[in-house]
Design a protein around this ligand. Structure first.
Ligand code: HH2
Length: 276
C-alpha cells in the first residue's frame, strides 16, 4: 500500500486552523469534493474540535454536523472516516456510509467503541493523547516520550484485538500535539521508526499544527503548509503510512516526489510536457 492521504473535513465553528470555513453543509461538501479531486484517499469528517482548551460538543449537535455530510459523501469513491470519540456518533456515521473510525481517545472514552468497530468491520485509528483536550497542554511530562507512546499504542491495540477488532483493521497514531511539548513532538518525529516498529500502519497528523508556528514564527495556520510538507516527507521516510492533512494537493505532490526518490515507486510521466 502506498502512502494514503486522509483529507481533513472539519465541520466545526472552532477548529484551530479552519474553524468555520466548512461549517455550512454546502461548503463542507464542496470542500470535500475538492479534496478528493486533489488526491485524498480518505476523508476524515469531524464535528468536534480537539484543539487545546476546546469545549466539548453535545452528542446531538455533533450528529447534526457530521451525519448529513457523511451521507452526502458516500459514493465519492473514497473511504469516509468519522473523527469522533462518541459511540452514538460513530454508529450514525457508519450507518450513513463511514467505514473508518478515528477515535482520538483510542477507545478510552467509550470502550464499547471497540466492539462496535469489530462488529461493523470498520478500520480504526488509535491515537495517543496525554490527558484530555481541555487540559492536555498543561505541563505534559513523560519518562521517555517515544517509549511511553509506543507502550500506550501497544496496549490500546491489544485491547482492540481482545474486543474482536481484526489486526489488519488497526492503525496507530502518536498524536502529535496532544499533550506534548515542542520537544516531545520533535522527538516523536525523529524516532518515528520506533512507533512504526509496533507493526501497525502509522497515521501522522502534523498538519498546520502549532509546534510548526513555534519553529517558524508563522502565526497564521494557513502559512504552515511548507512546514507540514517537511514533517510529512520525513515521516514517510521513517515508515509512516497515512497522512492526515488539510492541504491535500500540496501534500500529494510532495509524497509523490518523495516516493520516487525513495525508490518505492516507479516514475511515470503523468502528463505530456509541452516544454522540457
Ligand atoms: N489531530 C486533530 C484531530 N484529529 N486525529 C488523528 N488520528 N491524528 C491527529 O493528529 C489529529 C486527529 C487536530 O487537528 P484538526 O482536526 O485540524 O483540528 P481540530 O481538532 O481543532 O478540529
Amino acid at each position: 500500500m502506498g502512502p494514503l492521504i486522509m483529507g481533513i473535513l472539519n465541520v466545526t465553528p472552532d477548529s484551530f486552523s479552519d474553524g468555520g470555513e466548512w461549517f455550512a453543509f454546502e461548503s463542507a461538501i464542496e470542500h470535500a469534493r475538492a479534496l478528493v479531486a486533489e488526491g485524498a484517499d480518505i476523508l476524515d469528517v469531524g464535528g468536534e474540535s480537539t484543539r487545546p482548551r476546546a469545549e466539548p460538543v453535545a452528542v446531538d449537535e455533533e450528529l447534526r454536523r457530521v451525519v448529513p455530510v457523511v451521507q452526502a459523501l458516500r459514493g465519492t469513491g473514497v473511504q469516509i472516516s468519522v473523527d469522533t470519540a462518541k459511540l452514538t456518533v460513530a454508529e450514525a456515521a457508519v450507518d450513513a456510509g463511514a467505514t473508518y473510525v478515528n477515535d482520538v481517545t483510542a477507545f478510552r472514552q467509550e470502550p464499547e467503541m471497540a466492539g462496535f468497530v469489530a462488529d461493523r468491520g470498520c478500520d480504526c485509528c488509535l491515537m495517543h493523547m496525554l490527558g484530555e483536550p481541555r487540559t492536555m497542554q498543561d505541563d505534559p511530562r513523560y519518562d521517555d516520550v517515544v517509549d511511553d507512546v509506543r507502550a500506550f499504542l501497544e496496549e490500546r491495540a491489544e485491547f482492540a484485538v481482545r474486543e474482536g477488532v481484526r489486526e489488519d483493521r488497526i492503525m496507530v497514531d502518536p498524536g502529535i500535539g496532544f499533550g506534548k511539548t515542542l520537544d516531545h513532538n520533535l522527538e516523536l518525529l525523529r524516532r518515528l521508526g520506533e512507533i512504526v516498529a509496533v507493526g501497525f500502519p502509522v497515521v501522522i497528523g502534523t498538519s498546520r499544527k502549532s509546534f510548526l508556528a513555534r519553529l517558524t514564527g508563522r502565526e497564521d495556520p494557513h502559512d504552515r503548509v511548507a512546514g507540514t510538507v517537511a514533517t510529512t516527507v520525513l515521516a514517510l521516510e521513517r515508515g509512516a503510512a497515512v497522512f492526515r492533512v488539510h492541504d491535500v494537493a500540496e501534500l500529494r505532490q510532495a509524497l509523490d516526489v518523495a516516493e520516487v526518490i525513495l525508490g518505492r515507486r516507479a516514475w511515470e510521466r503523468p502528463v505530456p510536457l509541452t516544454s522540457a
